[in-house]
Write a protein that binds this ligand. Structure first.
Ligand SMILES: Nc1ncnc2c1ncn2[C@@H]1O[C@H](COP(=O)(O)OP(=O)(O)OP(=O)(O)O)[C@@H](O)[C@H]1O
Length: 796
């Protein structure tokens, strides 16, 4: 791509209307059909979204506090700042109200520190220098020195050749394999095949479903819907791919519901017939909400079950006993139910849908996926969907598909045409956070998702955002399910302006009104980039992504640009003065950040201690019930589970060149330290496999140790709860042994009551003094009424 085609934004105060529906009509595709989404379309749930139906917090899964409020770092920051954090729209409203009240008040008294700073950096912005613009070349070929240029070009060439190999360099054998594996898509060529329906009405859908689509304002099918729905209705296996935000969910949900309209409802006809697998809980929640909305609006008698981690296992097991028609699940929780919920099977399954299927075929999910496929009948229909769908036969054979059809809409386009992709050059890693903060203080003030490579980074940045008066929520795997849903709800409702997320949120999430996606660092895989930036510019609306690009990200930058149209690409400059000013402020706040993290840690520890005590008390109070529950099992051993978890983790980390580099650097430093401290580290000289095995064993040992200490804690708690002895009893050497385990309980003296000084059939010398006391008799009757009887019977 030529340089002069790249637009440079040299002032980040440019006005844009990213949240608004795109007004520019997109060029028609080759097919002659209009592939453009209706720009004015809104997945309007008829007011339901705002009122009852919430994609992120359906009635059963509303965040609950259960009296155990999670730690909120915003509270700590607010305590220290002496005032609560406010969302941008609230700050704006407050300022407008203040302005309206006193016209003469140009410099409002209420104007806080933050707005002062905003004004200051905006001034800075007007002096923005274009030096960065000259040096950064968004086609990825720039370099500071010739030497660098050479080596980079080599790298880039490698990347190109890899790419070309995957694009055009398919071997004849691979093409032949694909031809044999896939069926031809009869709808592939729209000019030749005029049978592609242009409306839902011409798809032979039943009346209730058409009613539902109309009620949800889904009037015209998107290209993926137009092509996939008719094939799905024929029962064909499908591999579906279309850009992010193009309506793939309805592309599988509509035919699934249509098929269910004709299911056998006779005696014994009730069964779990459809399974939709999603990689994340949030995506499953969203899928379920779309399915439910369609079913409710059409008045369809279809029941759903949401099987995701973090929500009550018992409630889910209870729902499964009623044989719901559609299961929407994440793999782990589904396998848990398959293994541990009596009588739950997938033997009557008609349709299996795998959303974000390429992700599900990645390391970390494959074992689970294979286990699920084993449990499904072979005769089922299988549909796979993703914006970055693979058609590699090697991957797909695992799913035992039956002559699947590839429905790839506009395969050359990976990102929505209404998306503007901006890139900011970052000269050193130290400049990343100040650049991000400067960007958010000056330009991107709300409706923004920011992606980070790690949970820790997302959390640290939340603290920084709080200290700078920016209201943000976190979304990553270190949070409880309630916290995750709460974060999404707050972001959706505009209570927070920024969602600081890891790749957990990169796929599938459809949050209305997201204007900007920022990549704090470039992800290591192009697919990840495509999904991240796809959280904006959905369903024909405008949106922009801004990626901070360092030296290590250049290869990815080039790939990202290559897959996009030239007019989508921009080079953004954050004025160096603004970044420098922010760097000073961040440096000044370093101690404060440490203090907050320390305070947070302390609070966490205190709550943990509280929880341990509560846990001990629960064990004492509900011991019998807890021990009577059958132990839950898993299809893998602990070691295998750990190994597959690690594989997924390693695959993820290796996708981030910068993170990989950082880890190597850190481990080199660690090694250096180790050398100086002790001569040999614990794992020195061991192969990776042996090392991992050793680590797994150590973890098992640690687990056992933990179980031991919990048992000890229970014993201690039990002791504390024992009625006070009237006089000092004689030590009974057997008493302790009889306390543990279910088996032990049946043998207990007095039918379950622990051996005590009041039992008269105990071995060893009796305590005459105690037996003689009248209080003893009263206590025995009261405390062990039934049990006492049992004992007497036993004696006879
Ligand atoms: N027929 C339609 N016409 C116009 N817009 C639609 C239609 N169907 C769905 N949409 C809109 O598209 C948005 C995105 O849909 P959906 O989440 O299914 O996209 P997706 O293709 O699955 O995206 P991703 O690849 O990110 O998972 C929905 O919120 C809805 O507003």
């Amino acid at each position: 791509m030529a340089n002069d085609l790249v637009t440079t934004i040299d002032s980040d105060d440019e006005v844009s209307n990213y949240g608004e529906p795109s007004q520019t009509p997109r060029a028609s595709t080759k097919s002659g059909k209009d592939d453009e989404l209706d720009p004015d379309f809104e997945f309007d749930f008829d007011g339901g979204r705002q009122e009852g139906l919430d994609l992120w917090g359906g009635d059963e899964i509303q965040a609950t506090t259960k009296g155990n409020e999670p730690i909120n770092v915003d509270d700590i920051i607010a305590r220290r700042r002496g005032k609560p954090l406010e969302a941008y729209r609230d700050r704006k409203r407050r300022r407008e109200e203040a302005d309206a009240e006193s016209d003469e008040d140009e410099e409002s008294e209420e104007e806080d520190e933050d707005s002062e700073m905003e004004a200051q950096v905006e001034e800075d912005g007007s002096q923005a220098s274009g030096s960065d613009a000259e040096e950064m070349d968004v086609d990825g070929s720039d370099a500071d020195t010739e030497e660098e240029e050479e080596s980079d070009d080599e790298e880039d060439e490698d990347a190109d050749s890899d790419d070309d190999a995957s694009e055009a360099g398919e071997t004849a054998a691979e093409i032949a394999r694909k031809d044999a594996f896939f069926s031809k898509d009869p709808t592939a060529d729209a000019i030749v095949d005029p049978t592609i329906p242009s409306s839902f009405a011409s798809m032979n859908l039943s009346r209730p479903l058409l009613r539902a689509l109309t009620a949800l304002s889904l009037n015209t099918p998107t290209p993926i819907q137009a092509r996939a729905i008719p094939l799905a209705l024929l029962g064909r296996d499908i591999l579906g791919s279309a850009v992010t935000g193009s309506g793939k969910t309805a592309a599988f949900m509509v035919p699934v519901l249509e098929r269910l309209c004709y299911r056998d409802r006779g005696k014994g006809g009730q069964a779990c017939r459809v399974l939709v697998l999603c990689p994340t809980r949030e995506l499953a929640v969203q899928c379920e909400a779309v399915g439910r909305a369609l079913a409710e609006k059409g008045g369809l008698d279809v029941r759903f079950a949401l099987l995701v981690g973090g929500l009550s296992l018992n409630a889910q097991a209870h729902t499964l006993r009623t044989l719901p028609d559609i299961l929407i699940a994440t793999p782990g929780r589904l396998i848990d139910h398959l293994t541990n919920t009596p009588s739950f099977t997938l033997s009557a399954l008609d349709v299996l849908v795998i959303d974000e299927a390429d992700r599900m075929l990645e390391a970390g999910f494959t074992d689970e996926l294979e286990e699920i496929i084993k449990a499904c009948p072979r005769s089922r229909q299988t549909m796979l969907f993703s914006a970055t769908m693979t058609d590699s036969v090697d991957e797909l054979v695992k799913l035992s598909l039956d002559k699947p059809i590839r429905v790839f809409v506009d395969p050359k386009r990976n990102t929505a045409s209404s998306l503007t992709q901006e890139f900011v050059r970052i000269r050193s890693d130290d400049a990343r956070s100040p650049s991000l903060l400067a960007l958010c203080k000056r330009t991107i003030r709300e409706k923004c998702i920011i992606f980070f490579r790690s949970k820790a980074l997302a959390h640290q940045m939340r603290i920084l955002f709080g200290l700078f008066g920016l209201k943000a929520a976190e979304l990553h795997g270190n949070l409880t399910q309630e916290q995750r849903l709460q974060a999404l709800n707050d972001f959706k409702a505009g209570k927070v302006d920024y969602l600081l997320a890891t790749d957990l949120a990169s796929r599938g999430l459809d949050i209305k009104g997201v204007e900007t996606v920022i990549n704090y660092d470039m992800p290591g895989q192009l697919a990840q980039y495509t999904h991240r930036v796809g959280r904006t510019a959905r369903a024909g609306r405008k949106g922009r992504s801004i990626s901070l690009v360092g030296e290590a990200d250049r290869k990815m930058l080039k790939l990202a640009i290559k897959q996009s149209e030239a007019d989508q690409i921009r080079h953004r400059i954050i004025p160096p003065e603004a970044v420098a000013a922010m760097t000073i402020k961040v440096d000044e706040l370093k101690d404060e950040i440490q203090d907050i993290m320390h305070e947070e840690k302390e609070e966490k520890l205190m709550r943990q201690a509280d929880m341990e005590i509560k846990k001990g008390q629960n064990m004492v109070e509900h011991e019998e019930e807890i021990y009577s529950r059958p132990a839950r099992t898993w299809f893998q051993s602990e070691k295998e589970k750990l190994a597959s978890k690690n594989t997924g983790k390693e695959a993820y980390i290796s996708a981030f060149p910068a993170e990989k580099e950082r880890r190597v650097r850190t481990s080199d430093q660690d090694k250096e330290k180790d050398k100086n401290a002790i001569k040999r580290g614990k794992y020195d000289g061991l192969s990776r496999r042996v090392k991992r095995r050793k680590m797994a064993m150590e973890e098992d040992e640690a687990d056992q140790q933990h179980v031991k200490s919990t048992t000890m804690a229970i014993r201690q708690a039990k002791k504390a709860f024992k009625p006070k002895k009237i006089t000092e009893p004689l030590a009974n050497p057997d008493a302790g042994k009889k306390q543990a385990g279910v088996k032990g309980k049946s043998k207990k003296v007095g039918g379950g009551r622990k051996g005590s000084a009041f039992d008269d059939d105990r071995k060893g010398p009796k305590h005459e003094g105690m037996r003689a006391k009248p209080t003893k008799v009263a206590l025995d009757k009261k405390g062990g009424k039934g049990k006492g009887k049992g004992k007497a019977k036993g004696k006879k």
